[in-house]
Design a protein around this ligand. Structure first.
Ligand SMILES: [Zn+2]
Length: 262
């Protein structure tokens, strides 16, 4: 996982300086078709590494990012596309800052007081490759946070999404992430299990098998991978090389079975 740091110091949420003792992680998705991190995350003039961050993120010319005063929302991180198109995570608040992401639930309580939060930038919700990359990065970020704060991702109410929070009475009634994950056959139980798997070291990045070209891909994956290439959903390195992981091959094969690549 690529993890950048660009704290939104101009956001009023940051400026309040209130802190929490993190007891969980709340996953959000943005609800808008824009997968680019630069839509939400931009460094201020005073941000350490401002130039490098701008190069990595790309410049938001619409001035509607979240690193400015007057907004009533702020999260601890984002998952989305960098300027080069790759998917990364970026930290946008100190992890123990009290975020503004959950609103208040029917119990009168708020996950703002208990949960670290991040937004996954939504695209059109139809691209299986972006979904797989964003889902994986979100799971890796959650695993890292659970490790840092000694949290059990399978514990009751620990790793939840915004809609889970609503059902538990600790967040406003937003649908995320159930507007997205189920389109690719996954839900928050799958996500929690993926986080636990990553934490137990079962799916270490360096153990992952990569295939350079379509010809190197095992026959049982080839049909689905070729379909993804045909659809333009898989471009590889741009020099005729795919460099596709076995993990992604497997995901594409499942998606193909679900008819998602047609
Ligand atoms: Zn949300």
């Amino acid at each position: 996982m690529k993890l950048l740091k660009c704290i939104l110091t101009e956001n009023d949420c940051y400026k309040t300086g209130r802190t929490i003792k993190p007891q969980g992680v709340m996953v959000h998705s943005t609800g808008a078709n824009n997968a680019n991190l630069r839509r939400y995350v931009q460094p201020a003039a005073s941000t350490p590494g401002q130039e490098e961050l701008l190069t990595a993120l790309g410049t938001n010319l619409n001035a509607n990012h979240w690193n400015r005063p007057g907004l009533d929302v702020c999260v601890h991180g984002f998952v989305g596309r960098l300027a080069d198109g790759s998917v990364a995570a970026v930290q946008t608040l100190p992890w123990n800052r009290r975020g503004w992401h959950a609103g208040t639930g029917t119990s009168g309580k708020s996950a703002n007081d208990t949960h670290i939060s991040f937004e996954i930038c939504e695209d059109s919700l139809t691209d299986p490759v972006y979904f797989q990359q964003a889902y994986r990065t979100a799971a890796e970020l959650t695993a890292a946070l659970c490790r840092n704060f000694g949290l059990d991702p399978m514990g009751d109410g620990v790793v939840i999404c915004h809609q889970d929070g609503y059902r538990r009475g600790t967040a406003s009634n937003h649908g995320d992430i159930y507007n997205w994950f189920p389109r690719f056959g996954l839900n928050m139980n799958d996500f929690r299990a993926e986080v636990a798997r990553i934490m137990s070291g079962e799916s270490e990045e360096d153990e992952m098998v990569y295939y350079k070209n379509l010809a190197d891909v095992p026959e049982y994956y080839q049909h689905a991978v070729a379909k993804a290439v045909d659809r333009g959903a898989l471009n590889g390195t741009g020099e005729g090389e795919l460099n596709v992981s076995e993990d992604l091959c497997r995901t594409l094969t499942v998606l193909d079975r679900l008819g998602k690549l047609d």
